[in-house]
Design a binder for this molecule. Structure first.
Ligand code: BJW
Length: 243
């Protein structure tokens, strides 16, 4: 990387996949309006009722496999940015869907895990998994039952790829947050992290103002399928504004 090819870090959240047909979490029709976080998104909830948690993620996995759920113009625009920007573009997503990969993004960190993977708590094997998972399903690697769990990050667990993410946040010239309400840390703290350095321009693209809105240099409100392609066009044409 040189001075002339600055790094861009993009953070995405559930809002970018909303127009692909996937629910957000905290909107009025979102996932947390239907199920309790403590029941399905904590290690304690899984220990209490693993069947309930497996059923929740089985339904989400089935939803993701619906042929109508495909990458939208915002996912496509970010893949284009990675292809055409002369420096590094690191996309850090909080989403567990695979729509960024399907759109063509390669340099991607799934900080909250991946819905289409499971791991074994006994032998640590990590494997692709497209079907339903049950508490009785034996691990294909070690053969033990009741050890497989969704490869997702629940509250109280450590998000993935944080070292690499903070290295990129420390060197980036542009930080863009897309479709996230800014409620969940550490992702919600990324904008403050780049602000303290004072070297990066920060932009929020979201349907509506979020918790973090006052911290950004620039805020553009609107649906991701409209504002993200327009913003990518602008960056590829005019470059990064001075911070
Ligand atoms: C559109 C749109 C359209 C709609 N176009 N936009 C007290 C203070 C501070 C922190 C803590 C605290 N107590 C505990 C903590 C830590 C905790 C935390 O943050 N809790 C908060 C609730 C306070 N965090 C953790 O436990 C994390 N681990 C951790 O911190 O480890 C220690 C550590 C320390 C230091 C460094 C590193 C680590 C783990 C968090 C795990 C979150 N897991 C989930 C579930 C994942 C699996 C699954 O999907 O089931 O992740 S929860 C859920 O929230 C999911 C999401 O990724 C995450 C964020 O949600 P997101 O994406 O922002 O969605 P929404 O719905 O909130 O927002 C959508 C936005 O889109 C809205 O603004 C809409 O307007 C917008 N939108 N349509 C554009 N068309």
């Amino acid at each position: 990387m040189t001075e002339s090819t600055p790094t861009i870090v993009i953070l995405t959240g559930a809002g970018i996949s909303k127009e692909s047909g996937l629910d957000t979490f905290r909107d009025s029709d979102g996932i947390w309006a239907k199920v309790r976080i403590e029941d399905v998104a904590t290690p304690e909830g899984f220990a209490r009722n693993p069947t309930r948690v497996q059923e929740f993620y089985n339904a989400r996995r089935a939803g993701l496999k619906d042929p109508k759920v495909v990458p939208n113009a915002a996912h496509e625009a970010l893949a284009r940015l990675e292809r055409e920007w002369p420096g590094e573009v690191l996309l850090v997503t909080q989403n567990i869907d695979d729509l960024h990969e399907r759109a063509g993004t390669k340099n991607l960190i799934h900080m909250h895990g991946e819905l289409l993977k499971v791991r074994c708590e006994y032998c640590d094997a990590l494997m692709d998994w497209a079907d339903d998972l049950h508490t009785s399903t034996p691990c294909p690697h070690c053969g033990r039952k009741a050890g497989l769990r969704p490869h997702v990050v629940w509250f109280g667990e450590m998000p993935l790829g944080m070292d690499h993410t903070y290295e990129a946040l420390d060197t980036c010239r542009l930080f863009v947050s897309i479709g996230t309400s800014g409620n969940v840390y550490p992702a919600a703290g990324f904008v403050q992290h780049v602000r303290y350095r004072g070297l990066a321009y920060s932009v929020e693209l979201n349907l509506e103002p979020s918790q973090g809105t006052p911290l950004f240099d620039e805020v553009i409100n609107g649906p991701a399928t409209e504002v993200v392609p327009a913003f990518v066009d602008r960056i590829l044409t005019s470059g990064i504004p001075e911070s």
